[in-house]
Design a binder for this molecule. Structure first.
Ligand SMILES: [Zn+2]
Length: 474
């Protein structure tokens, strides 16, 4: 049951860039997820990978499906989760302006074979959103959590009464199983509905439904073999078979059942696989899969990332140079070239490639943030102003990007503007959920800013928003 796993049917509460880690083309962020109704036992940190190239490909897959479903694409955000397991899930977003989030694991990209399979998964998740399942999911999870909490109470009581750790743990497990089985029964009908709605959106967009079928068939087979599946509380194998048979009939009935992926789409998919596997797998494994004899773009890309990771910057540079020569108008190759130079402690040499990536794709905030970071890393006063301008444009699209706020504070510091540096630090803390820090820096920023100015007003707004929140918690 890898897809739409109930443990990932969770409420996304805030995004936190725990460490401002950036690596060739990627930024790693950490999100805190808390499952609905069960707190804080199932709170988990989820590591996100931010990458303009992959995010854009996912969006290009997803947006036509949302339009077909009558949903405004601006209300759904896609997130790439760093996890080798194959999984995807739709969740409600608590963020303003976003109604739902779709989370896709990196393992999904690495394990699937075709763009059409990934699009099929997204169509299924879009089916959950269009079917309004997420709201009902929340209440189902709340109901399902009750036997679990009872189980926990019994477990703790048994342990306290000296019943031995094992007896207590057993009761906790039973409670969890009861909760899960209740949730599973509820979700089976929803899974079927999501399949059917997803197929409808694929039909509307003239795409084959076969990819979705292939993925779910693989899961039914994997599940039947896994020991996990033998556990009593997921004994719905026949139901799964029925679901797949129904799906197969729907796929067959579509006039687009044989619509192929375009050669461009297949290349794009393979490039993402090369980038992710180059970065996430062990360098030795990557070099086995993409040996030097492989002079394709995929081969160069995977090796560039693997050498970057090793790190062997000289080799990484050779590989990415080869790609830039092959495709001089690809912003993502310039981005990696810029990053390699910055990592080699040559931020001055990183600026031109990053600038090229921004020129080729001016509306990509992550590219501008990286350019600004390179400009500021040179510590040349003349570059602080253009850096600030790049950050300003990026923050218009990603107002909660704490790394961009961090760099903005650096830029103001370099320009000798301490009140604005303090206000930017307040924004950084606010986006990261560090309300104490936000209140502190907003207060000292307000003291130094011209009274009545928009920035002074913003500092006061931050203090006003935080005041009641802090009081409520205390
Ligand atoms: Zn599902």
């Amino acid at each position: 049951m890898a897809f739409c796993n109930p443990l990932t049917t969770i409420q996304f509460i805030r995004r936190v860039w725990k460490e401002a880690t950036r690596t060739a083309g990627f930024a790693i962020a950490t999100l805190l997820f808390v499952s609905v109704g069960v707190q804080p036992a199932l709170a988990q940190d989820v590591e996100l990978i931010r990458d303009t190239e992959i995010e854009r490909v996912l969006k290009n897959y997803e947006d036509p499906l949302l339009v077909a479903a009558g949903i405004d694409p601006a209300t759904v955000k896609l997130y790439l989760v760093n996890d080798p397991e194959i999984n995807a899930a739709a969740t409600q977003s608590p963020l303003q302006g976003e109604e739902e989030d779709i989370l896709v694991n990196t393992g999904t990209f690495l394990q699937l074979k075709t763009p059409n399979q990934m699009i099929g998964i997204l169509a299924h998740e879009t089916g959950h959103i269009a079917g309004g399942h997420l709201i009902r999911d929340a209440s189902a999870m709340q109901k399902a959590s009750i036997p679990m909490l009872i189980g926990m109470a019994v477990g703790i009581a048994a342990m306290a009464a000296g019943g031995g750790g094992n007896a207590g743990m057993g009761a906790i497990m039973l409670g969890q199983q009861a909760a899960e089985s209740q949730f599973m029964a509820f979700s089976r009908t929803q899974e079927g509905t999501a399949d059917q709605m997803g197929q409808k959106f694929l039909l509307k967009t003239h795409q084959s439904g076969r990819g979705m079928l292939e993925v779910f068939e693989k899961f039914a087979n994997d599940d039947a073999r896994s020991a996990y599946y033998q556990m009593a509380f997921i004994s719905d194998h026949p139901a799964d078979r029925e679901r797949i048979d129904l799906l197969a009939r729907e796929v067959d009935a579509s006039p687009y059942k044989d619509a192929p992926d375009s050669p461009e789409a297949i290349h794009e998919f393979h490039m993402i696989q090369a980038k992710l596997s180059g970065y996430l797998s062990k360098p030795d494994t990557v070099l086995q899969r993409y040996p030097m004899t492989d002079q394709s773009e995929e081969g160069h890309y995977a090796r560039a990332m693997a050498y970057f990771r090793q790190p062997n910057m000289k080799m990484a540079l050779d590989e990415i140079d080869a790609l830039v020569k092959l495709e001089p108008r690809n912003p993502y190759f310039w981005e990696v070239l810029g990053q390699i130079n910055v990592e080699m402690a040559h931020p001055d040499k990183g600026i031109a490639p990053y600038q090229k990536s921004v020129d080729l794709m001016p509306d990509a905030p992550l590219l501008r943030i990286d350019l600004a970071a390179a400009q500021l890393a040179t510590e040349k006063p003349a570059l602080a102003k253009p850096a600030l301008e790049n950050l300003r444009i990026a923050l218009q699209q990603e107002n909660d990007n704490t790394f961009a706020w961090y760099e903005t504070a650096q830029a103001y510091s370099q320009l000798g503007n301490e009140p604005m540096a303090n206000l930017s630090t307040a924004e950084l803390d606010y986006s990261a959920g560090n309300m104490g820090g936000a209140a502190h820096f907003a207060t000292i920023a307000a003291q130094g800013l011209p009274k009545g100015s928009p920035d002074w007003q913003r500092a006061n707004d931050i203090m006003a928003v935080i005041g009641p929140q802090r009081r409520r918690r205390e």
